[in-house]
Design a protein around this ligand. Structure first.
Ligand SMILES: [Zn+2]
Ligand SMILES: [Zn+2]
Length: 155
């Protein structure tokens, strides 16, 4: 037996109205808070927490036809429930083999705490987060901001 209990565990999530449900086989690949403008605007929230899973570890339980996909950029699309609007998924060309899922649509523990803030230099100025996680930003959103911290720039 080389697989651990964690790897064998599967969890479920879905949209607010319950028409869409999905299942994820753990472990997830990563979990991160995203501060990019697209996430904030598309979801009407100051920050969106995502996790990524291998597409092979994801499956729909029901409601696949109730998902509306829209292109949020040339290289990515987002999926939400056509009935209740819950933002659920993100698919991007840069992560061909992954599906990204909103943590808040998953009610079970994914056994992975958020690891990092990405696109942090775009963060809103009305919400203050004081955790120890690393903060990434820059043009690609994924460059460590530790050096920029000393620049004295306030927002
Ligand atoms: Zn729904
Ligand atoms: Zn984002």
């Amino acid at each position: 037996m080389e697989q651990t209990a964690v790897i064998n565990k599967s969890i479920q999530g879905g949209c607010f109205c319950g028409r869409i449900a999905y299942q994820v086989q753990l472990p997830v690949k990563w979990c991160a808070h995203c501060h990019c403008q697209n996430c904030r605007h598309a979801q009407g929230a100051p920050v969106v927490t995502w996790y990524g899973v291998d597409k092979n570890n994801f499956q729909y339980i029901k409601g696949k036809r109730d998902i509306a996909w829209f292109d949020s950029s040339e290289h990515a699309k987002r999926g939400h429930c056509i009935h209740c609007g819950t933002p659920l998924f993100f698919l991007g060309d840069n992560w061909e083999n992954e599906i990204h899922i909103t943590l808040e649509s998953t009610k079970e523990d994914i056994l992975q705490k958020p690891q990092v803030h990405v696109f942090y230099d775009r963060h809103v100025n009305y919400l203050h987060l004081q955790d120890e996680l690393e903060k990434y930003g820059g043009p690609d959103g994924f460059t460590p901001l530790t050096e920029a911290k000393n620049s004295g720039e306030e927002k």
